[in-house]
Design a protein around this ligand. Structure first.
Ligand code: NAD
Length: 254
């Protein structure tokens, strides 16, 4: 799929790996100037440098989305470098430690809610301040199939991802008349380093079982999420806001 983001500026969090990296590359290839932000600053800067070497304007920034000051600084540096902010993909996320609620720790709950939900509110807050002043913008938040269904031993993650959809719908309503659209993507099983980590942590059988439950019979690729994000940020989705688009091979249709 090809879109034009010429003269536009895109920001991606969690951009050093997986879905975020694929989306940052897709934005760059579509003509956007791109900020790649990640907890791992060196990896974000290396990925940005690869884009610059290929002829695309990009910067890499270290940003822990659990930290308000770092989020503010990320947006400030993006606008200072490229002059505006048109599209933001709030993508950074982590898994919870697998455990029944009765056995889970409050620390893991707080950690997952902080990185997967509170960060989306916080990123949107400062992105929207800029977009409101600019008079335009598009935001896509990364939820999950876990934002649509429950998951045994995954309550912390699923609670956070359900929350992302509530934030998305509410923000979409607030800005619907102000030329700012807010949507979410709900990836299914997408093979990324996050899934490699789950396999390494002993979840290989669970992942294989999940693939069998996918109507299309295969896992997804990060580029397939990037295509959905670019569509949601492009003018070709100009009448779409507040939606949570599943990109999951039909998983939640069962
Ligand atoms: P990934 O682990 O490959 O990439 C996540 C990136 O986020 C990493 O680069 C990591 O360094 C970064 N990150 C983690 N904590 C951060 C923090 N505090 N601040 C800034 N960056 C941080 O994972 P992925 O599979 O590409 O996941 C991306 C998003 O997609 C996540 O929100 C995840 O929940 C969601 N998702 C993934 C799948 C899947 O199957 N891979 C399915 C549904 C939803």
């Amino acid at each position: 799929m090809s879109f034009s983001f010429e003269n536009q500026v895109a920001l991606v969090t969690g951009a050093a790996s997986g879905i975020g990296l694929a989306t940052a590359k897709a934005f760059a290839q579509a003509g956007a100037s791109v900020t790649l932000a990640d907890l791992y600053g060196d990896a974000a800067r290396t990925a940005a440098q690869e884009l610059v070497d290929a002829g695309y304007p990009a910067i890499g920034i270290q940003c822990d989305v659990g930290d308000t000051e770092q989020i503010q600084a990320m947006i400030k540096e993006t606008v200072a470098t490229f002059g505006r902010l048109d599209a933001a993909f709030n993508n950074a996320g982590i898994q919870n430690v697998l455990a029944e609620i009765a056995d889970a720790t409050i620390e893991d709950f707080d950690r997952v809610i902080s990185i997967n939900l509170r960060s989306v509110w916080n990123c949107m807050k400062f992105e929207l301040q800029h977009m409101r002043e600019q008079g335009s913008g598009t935001i896509v938040n990364c939820s999950s199939l876990g934002g649509l269904v429950g998951g045994a031993q995954r309550a912390n993650y699923h609670a956070a991802k359900h929350g992302v959809i509530g934030l998305t719908k509410s923000a979409a309503l607030e800005y619907a008349t102000r030329n700012i659209r807010v949507n979410a993507v709900c990836p299914g099983l997408i093979w990324t380093p996050m899934v490699d980590q789950m396999v390494a942590a002993g979840q290989k059988e669970a992942m294989e079982g999940m693939v069998q439950a996918i109507p299309m019979g295969r896992h997804g690729r990060p580029e397939e999420i990037a295509d959905a994000v670019l569509w949601l940020c492009s003018n070709t989705s100009s009448y779409v806001t507040g939606q949570s688009i599943s990109v999951d091979g039909g998983f939640v249709m069962r």
